[in-house]
Design a protein around this ligand. Structure first.
Ligand SMILES: [Zn+2]
Ligand SMILES: [Zn+2]
Length: 158
């Protein structure tokens, strides 16, 4: 996920977790008096691949203009973009989803393709999305049926 601080224009690449606050020992240090020393954490979900959460200790934060007082707020899954306001600091979070083409292994052999409803056979080419969705590559048409991520968009992503 890419995080951009709208005031400073600085961007940060977050792999699966980043702490945000005023303290020097957090991942994204923003020296703003409205932030707590350890204000919030951006976390990639372990149980749902491709999903992200904001865990905040602040009590007047916002996600896309909606109040997100202290606690866990779901940001999105797959390809998404959200506006955060932590204290008076505005941040933009963009997550692009990686789609990969792979050959089916034994693991998928007892599941069905959600597009054509046929069972997935070993060796068939699959399109696998970071959000956890899997479909036949031929059925998916370069697009994740679940989160809407596109194969082309990913190729252009930095
Ligand atoms: Zn299919
Ligand atoms: Zn997806």
């Amino acid at each position: 996920m890419r995080v951009r601080c709208l005031d400073s224009g600085r961007t940060y690449d977050v792999r699966d977790r980043a702490t945000i606050g005023r303290a020097a020992n957090v991942d994204i240090t923003i020296d703003d008096p409205s932030l707590l020393a350890h204000h919030a954490t951006l976390v990639a979900s372990e149980s749902q691949p491709g999903a992200w959460h904001l865990v905040s200790a602040g009590d007047d934060d916002e996600v896309n203009g909606r109040p997100a007082p202290g606690g866990i707020t779901r940001l999105g899954v797959g390809a998404f973009s959200v506006r955060l306001r932590l204290g008076s600091v505005a941040l933009e979070c963009e997550h692009s989803t990686e789609l990969r083409r792979t050959a089916a292994t034994g693991t998928e052999s007892n599941s069905r393709c959600p597009r054509c409803a046929r069972p997935i056979a070993a060796g068939e080419e699959l399109l696998r999305c970071e959000c956890g969705a899997v479909a036949h590559a031929a059925c998916a048409e370069g697009r994740c049926y679940r989160c809407g991520a596109r194969e082309e968009a990913d190729a252009n992503a930095e």
